[in-house]
Design a protein around this ligand. Structure first.
Ligand SMILES: Nc1ncnc2c1ncn2[C@@H]1O[C@H](COP(=O)(O)OP(=O)(O)OP(=O)(O)O)[C@@H](O)[C@H]1O
Length: 400
């Protein structure tokens, strides 16, 4: 599909300087990419706002303001909501089981998660303090990524085909399942969403829509291009207050396979930490974006989906005894997660002022918080007793 668009002057992945298969540019080796995948001309990344279209799904069918179809009968994403906050608990892992740790998390109904905190009185008698949190949805440890997708990101795929900006965040403690949920190469939300996006693009109405993929990370308030050897990037606001990331690499992408190859490359760059900085990916925020551009309108942005695997939330508390580098990382993570919470609160309260300038993370995601945007936050928690404090912090953060 969209094969006709491939003969433009963009830089092919398989040729010349900007080839990902060798040479300059990214200078990377990640196997032979499909020759159709092309590096798009670096953009001034203007964010189009020609999206005041009626809420129709990919097939021109109006999307009702109530529960919508794509998620099937289990979907409860109401597209009149700007934001949806869900919680997912992972199963106890082998180490936790070996240590004899118990599962202190308990689902109470469909939307409430209870934490049974083990406490000891001054007279050494033990007791359980129960903390209940209610969210838009709660996913138990046996729930699959496919089910999580149906109840979180799937309705947002419809939304980006109406010209909207959709964002899914995974927030939580290191090891709680953020990457497993969002950026898992087998069935992370981005793979499942891509499946739906590419099948919607088969419809003749979307013959002019070309998906462009970018993948970058934010580490210590600095942007790094994961599709171009972690080149430093700079975000700027243009005269129309639209935030552009100058020189961000984007690839045109025509199938889920294409997307997975591009992602696999970026993920490899991320985990190997080409510059030596940030050896630990849990200390950076990773942002994968699928941007639908309309070639009949000078490649203006039609819709956009951002998948964000946030840095481990407990990293924001790295202080005290930690070395200087770790403390600086901690304070930057803390700043960005607090700014994110403020922006989400503003979105939730339909506030006129969104404090997106408070951190690099919220600055580059400005269009996720204003205008025609919908956001889904998935807070991931570890169920073991040893993670109780972090789990409570995660749930308090996500609690609205
Ligand atoms: N829902 C789940 N079901 C089964 N296994 C899971 C689930 N969630 C996470 N895991 C497993 O738990 C481990 C940690 O998960 P993951 O790497 O996604 O954590 P994370 O929150 O992204 O951590 P980090 O911040 O270090 O990147 C992985 O081995 C993953 O496969």
């Amino acid at each position: 599909m969209h094969g006709g668009s491939n003969n433009s002057s963009n830089n092919s992945l398989n040729s010349s300087n900007n080839s990902l298969n060798g040479g300059g540019g990214g200078g990377n080796n990640f196997g032979t990419l499909n020759s159709r995948i092309k590096k798009a001309t670096p953009l001034p990344t203007t964010i189009a706002k020609k999206n005041a279209q009626p809420l129709l799904n990919a097939y021109g069918i109006p999307i009702s303001s109530g529960t919508i179809s794509r998620g099937g009968k289990n979907s409860s994403f109401d597209l009149t909501d700007k934001i949806r906050v869900c919680v997912r608990k992972r199963p106890l892992n082998k180490n936790e089981l070996r240590r004899g740790e118990s599962d202190i998390t308990e689902l109470a109904g469909k939307r409430t998660l209870v934490i049974n905190e083990q406490k000891t009185k001054v007279d050494l008698t033990r007791y359980i303090e129960r903390h209940a949190f209610t969210f838009d949805d709660v996913f138990d440890s046996h729930v699959t990524n496919e089910e999580v997708y149906k109840r979180t990101a799937a309705p947002l795929v419809d939304y980006i085909f109406t010209g909207g900006k959709a964002t899914c965040f995974a927030y939580g403690q290191t090891g709680s399942g953020k990457t497993y949920t969002m950026l898992n190469e087998k069935n992370g939300l981005y793979v499942l969403a891509a499946g739906d996006i590419f099948s919607m693009l088969n419809h003749p109405d979307y013959v002019n829509i070309i998906p462009h993929v970018s993948f970058y990370e934010i580490y210590q308030g600095q942007l790094y291009d994961l599709l171009n050897a972690r080149k430093k990037l700079f975000a700027r606001e243009d005269g129309k207050q639209q935030v552009c990331i100058a020189g961000l690499t984007e690839y045109e992408c025509f199938s889920v396979d294409d997307l997975m190859k591009i992602f696999g490359h970026g993920n490899n760059v991320r985990s190997t930490g080409a510059t030596g900085a940030n050896a630990d990916s849990s200390r950076s925020h990773a942002i994968l974006q699928i941007c639908l551009k309309d070639k009949s309108k000078k490649m203006s942005v039609f819709g956009k989906f951002s998948f964000i695997d946030l840095a481990g939330s407990e990293r924001g508390a790295d202080r005290g005894d930690a070395d200087r580098q770790t403390r600086m990382e901690g304070s930057e993570i803390n700043k960005s997660l607090l700014a994110l919470k403020e922006c989400i609160r503003a979105l939730d309260q339909v506030s006129k002022h969104t404090p997106f300038r408070q951190s690099k993370l919220t600055q580059v995601l400005k269009d996720s918080f204003i205008g025609n945007s919908k956001t889904c936050m998935i807070a991931t928690v570890s169920p073991n007793s040893g993670s109780c404090e972090h789990t409570l912090n995660t749930l308090r953060y996500a609690d609205r």
